[in-house]
Design a protein around this ligand. Structure first.
Ligand code: NI
Length: 388
């Protein structure tokens, strides 16, 4: 496989860097150490501009090509944050922070983009400008959105955006993507049910919020099966049900929390509308009241056709056409690269992580063998999009 030679030579150093990030995971916007190292490396390797503090703790690096007759500006993005999970890999470089770990491989994503930065600073074998985007808070904090709101795209003149996420189960040395929806919109649902509490032996004098909550959960499961077109995709999962403190007391209030996902805006609208209707009317049927807060979080991660084709062609340069799946089924996980794809044309691609535990699993680890594959993809993308 044509891994770029110079990139292969960086493998040991990049692996050490990745394992250092892995041992020191940071959450959401609190990625101070990681962002500090990123900024320091970008400066040391000769980036033309290094700007920290975009979107609170995001870092941007700018590298100008040997020439700039094309006027093109391409943004490459990596995420830096970890997860509130207790690590169980047993790796010698395992997390040094209890209850936190890099369980989504963002340590690897950051490392691969740094590797690309180093190569591109050394070679500058392109005609245009590369903007390296290191974002905080991908895991639920919408860090990409924070960077956009802080002027990322206009300030640096970014015209197209590209992102990588590692994919457990996909062999190392393979890529997968698709044009159109690749990952789901991911919204939060907060439900509060108010009834009448009382003695468990006198249910007739109460409005039992445990019973109402149970019916609400059951009824919500009819939305995807009976309201969403069977040929479309949707998920409604209620994952928290909190009520009561005693074995013999009917609680006056119950709180349910969950997530709703879809691959199309019209399905997203339908889920929001039906969740509100079903919760309200079910609660009313039992004499309770309910409040629903539906909070739109990440939109659908939607690859643009032309850029997805281009990304697939670049991946094929690195690993061969037979190792690029251009029709991978979408996944219902969410991803805040979606905000960048709403603002600019671009493509998000999955990179094989081999036979590892799944994302967000305590035994998950980023596969260091994937580093040269990802770095080679980045540098070929730049050199192909903006040839000298
Ligand atoms: Ni992730």
């Amino acid at each position: 496989m044509p891994i770029v030679n110079r990139v292969a030579a960086m493998q040991q150093e990049l692996t050490e860097l990745r394992r250092d990030f892995h041992a020191h995971p940071e959450l959401l916007y609190e990625v101070h150490r990681t962002a500090g190292i990123v900024a320091e490396k970008l400066k040391a390797w000769g980036c033309d501009e290094v700007v920290p503090g975009i979107g609170r703790t995001g870092v941007v690096g700018v590298i100008r090509g040997r020439t700039n007759t094309s006027g093109k500006v391409i943004g490459l993005r990596a995420d830096m944050d970890a997860l509130p999970i207790q690590e169980a890999t047993g790796a010698p470089y395992a997390s040094t922070v209890p209850g936190r770990m890099h369980a989504c491989g963002h340590d690897g994503h950051t490392t691969m983009l740094l590797g690309a930065a180093r190569y591109l600073c050394e070679t500058r074998n392109f005609d245009g400008t590369v903007v390296l985007i290191f974002q905080p808070a991908e895991e639920g904090g919408a860090g990409a959105k924070a960077m956009i709101e802080d002027g990322l795209l206009d300030r640096f003149g970014i015209q197209e955006v590209y992102g990588i996420h590692n994919q457990p189960g996909l062999p190392v040395g393979q890529f997968a993507l698709r044009p159109g929806p690749l990952m789901a919109s991911s919204d939060r649902v907060y439900i509060t049910i108010d009834g009448v509490g009382g003695h468990a032996a006198k249910p007739h004098q109460c409005v039992d919020t445990v019973l109402v909550g149970s019916h609400v959960i059951t009824a919500l499961q009819s939305i995807v099966s009976r309201n969403v077109d069977p040929l479309e995709s949707g998920v409604v999962s209620i994952c928290m049900f909190h009520a009561g403190d005693a074995q013999n007391v009917i609680p006056a209030q119950a709180k349910l929390t969950g997530t709703a996902r879809s691959l199309k805006p019209e399905v997203r609208d339908l889920l929001e509308k039906r969740i509100k209707e079903v919760v309200q009317s079910t609660a009313t049927a039992f004499g309770a009241t309910a409040e629903v807060i539906y909070r739109r979080d990440y939109p659908v991660t939607r690859n643009h056709e032309k850029q997805a084709k281009f990304a697939a062609a670049v991946a094929a340069q690195v690993v061969g056409e037979e190792n690029v799946d251009f029709s991978v089924p979408p996944v219902m996980g969410g991803e805040d690269f979606s905000f960048l794809l709403e603002a600019r044309p671009g493509a998000f691609i999955f990179l094989g992580n081999g036979d590892s535990a799944g994302l967000h699993h305590p035994a998950y680890d980023f596969n260091d063998e994937a580093i040269p594959v990802g770095v080679s993809y980045w540098v070929r993308l730049v050199e192909t999009a903006m040839p000298v």
